[in-house]
Design a protein around this ligand. Structure first.
Ligand SMILES: Nc1ncnc2c1ncn2[C@@H]1O[C@H](COP(=O)(O)OP(=O)(O)OP(=O)(O)O)[C@@H](O)[C@H]1O
Ligand SMILES: [Mg+2]
Length: 296
């Protein structure tokens, strides 16, 4: 009996080691509590877990490096033509202002300019991932940031039959942040929400201020799309991880980077009653508060 209690786990260990050596992922080895064989099995299981973690990190680093190479190439080829297109459309738009009969055409030019703005943001995402820019922190009016983002995506959402509902809870606190980068992050979240809602519906954009003088303000974007699996949400933040044929898979990676650069964070979770809720948090207060939060 004693021999069987030892040889069974040892046999399992041998099989698991062989699987590992062959590049496979052995299931955890079950072994009796305590005793040398038990200890060996526990050590083996811990080693397998560490190897898996190292492999996951290596893949993430590889994706990041690839992002850098692709970004450098694409950004260069796209950004320059884009700015000439924008300049010319702006000129046409200006000319049309003096022509009362061409109001419709002027409207078209406005749509082109807005869409260009979005393309420029995607290119910016790509560049940011390749070589992150330092933040430019200034006293920031979060309400105005939300307003601006809503203005920017409004026509896009309306076109897809989506209503954007805004909500503010609590009283605003001072906030030191890089408004342009926050815009970029919120825009990504709203566009993801819109992508998830093929049938149209409602997206809720809520700003919740903390009650105390410190703490974090939360900006939550809640959609009514298919939702995300809690155990899969984390993987969606990896660069180039996209579930959409036309997606670049950069939005969440860049947006989380922006939140973390501010000493905050970005998470994705299934919402009560279906859909997804993306929550971006930022430390409130002056720069010292933000720096204290950013410290590990
Ligand atoms: N609100 C959401 N509901 C459901 N799935 C989502 C949501 N947000 C993100 N996802 C999933 O996560 C993936 C990654 O999102 P991410 O924003 O990083 O890239 P993307 O939207 O595919 O491309 P882009 O770089 O243009 O934003 C999406 O392709 C989608 O599958
Ligand atoms: Mg996206």
């Amino acid at each position: 009996l004693l021999a069987r209690r030892i040889t069974r786990p040892v046999g399992q260990l041998a099989a698991a080691a062989a699987t590992l050596a062959g590049g496979g992922r052995p299931p955890p080895v079950a072994a009796p509590e305590g005793g040398e064989v038990g200890e060996l099995a526990a050590a083996f299981n811990a080693m397998v877990a560490r190897l898996e973690e190292a492999e996951r990190r290596r893949l993430a680093a590889e994706r990041q490096a690839m992002a850098g190479r692709v970004a450098a190439a694409v950004a260069h080829e796209v950004r320059n033509p884009l700015s000439s297109v924008r300049m010319l459309v702006q000129m046409v738009h200006g000319r049309l202002a003096g022509e009362p009969g061409l109001a419709r055409e002027r409207g078209y030019a406005e749509v082109v300019l807005r869409e260009l703005e979005r393309v420029e943001l995607v290119v910016q995402d790509l560049l940011d991932l390749a070589r992150p820019r330092p933040l430019v922190r200034r006293p920031c009016d979060l309400g105005a940031v939300v307003e601006e983002v809503a203005r920017l995506v409004g026509p896009h959402l309306a076109h897809r039959g989506i209503r954007l509902v805004r909500e503010v809870e609590g009283d605003p606190h001072p906030l030191e942040a890089d408004a342009d980068r926050l815009k970029q992050a919120l825009l990504n979240l709203l566009l993801n929400g819109a992508e998830a809602m093929a049938e149209g519906g409602e997206i809720r954009l809520a700003v919740r201020w903390p009650t105390g003088p410190r703490g974090r303000v939360a900006v939550a974007v809640r959609d009514h799309g298919p939702g995300v699996e809690p155990e899969e949400a984390e993987a969606l933040f990896e660069p180039f991880r996209s579930g959409r044929p036309a997606g670049s898979g950069l939005g969440l990676a860049v947006s989380r980077q922006i939140a973390r650069d501010h000493g905050g964070d970005l998470t994705l979770a299934p919402a009560d009653g279906g859909g997804t809720i993306a929550t971006l948090t930022l430390p409130v207060g002056g720069p010292s508060a933000a720096a204290a939060e950013a410290a590990p």
